[in-house]
Design a protein. Structure first.
Length: 222
């Protein structure tokens, strides 16, 4: 879609300034008016150039000899004429702005901006100081803390090490005894399971005492 440019004012027209009934426009107001006119003309010129580029792009897509090219070509000629008129107005505005600027008091200089806070050099120097001085110091301090913590970990108390060694030996001895007890239990279980253990235990049962043994025995059975 082609963008409609702004209407072009009549070439050579001077900006119309709103003035009071009792006071004439000042030189500064006239100068600012010419500057505003220049800005508006530049904006119109940009719109015309943008519209011309769009029309040219559409003409490239239409083959030569097509009837659709006729209105676009007419529109392109109109845009070129208006662009030429705006260029002439910009030239006249430049001359009028130069004349208005020559009047004393037309150009009013703006007061300088007073910056608050420290200057930019302070931030630059602060950054350089942090990079050159504070960064190496922080790295050295971190390495010192790391080495100290490693030394504390490696320096294990001797008494605690001896206690741990004795506990380890006691645990190993207990494990050996538990293993022996387990082997004995497994052996007895295997004997009872095979039936030989019962016969061996039955063979070793108590036999009745003879008369001599009963006489020697301090207690008699009822």
């Amino acid at each position: 879609m082609i963008q409609q440019p702004k209407p072009t004012p009549t070439p050579g027209a001077a900006p119309v300034l709103a003035t009071g009934a009792r006071s004439a426009p000042s030189a500064s107001s006239i100068y600012e008016g010419f500057k505003a006119q220049r800005n508006e003309l530049n904006s119109q010129l940009e719109d015309l150039q943008s519209t011309r580029r769009e029309i040219t792009s559409q003409l490239e897509d239409i083959p030569a000899g097509s009837p659709d090219r006729v209105p676009l070509e007419a529109r392109l000629k109109e845009i070129d004429a208006r662009t030429s008129a705006v260029d002439q107005m910009l030239a006249g505005n430049a001359a009028q702005t130069a004349q208005a600027a020559a009047i004393p008091g037309a150009v009013v200089e703006r007061p300088p901006i007073i910056e608050q806070g420290p200057p930019e050099e302070a931030y630059v120097l602060g950054g350089i100081f942090m990079f050159i001085v504070l960064l190496p110091l922080s790295i050295a301090l971190a390495r010192r803390i790391w080495r100290r913590s490693a030394a504390v970990v490696t320096a294990f108390p001797r008494e605690l090490a001896d206690r741990l060694s004795r506990m380890e030996q006691a645990v190993e001895a207990t494990a050996v005894e538990v293993e022996r007890i387990g082997e004995g239990q497994r052996f007895l279980t295997r004997l009872f399971t095979e039936g030989e253990g019962a016969r061996m235990i039955g063979a070793g049962a108590a036999q009745p005492l003879d008369r001599k043994q009963q006489a020697k025995s301090p207690e008699r059975l009822p």
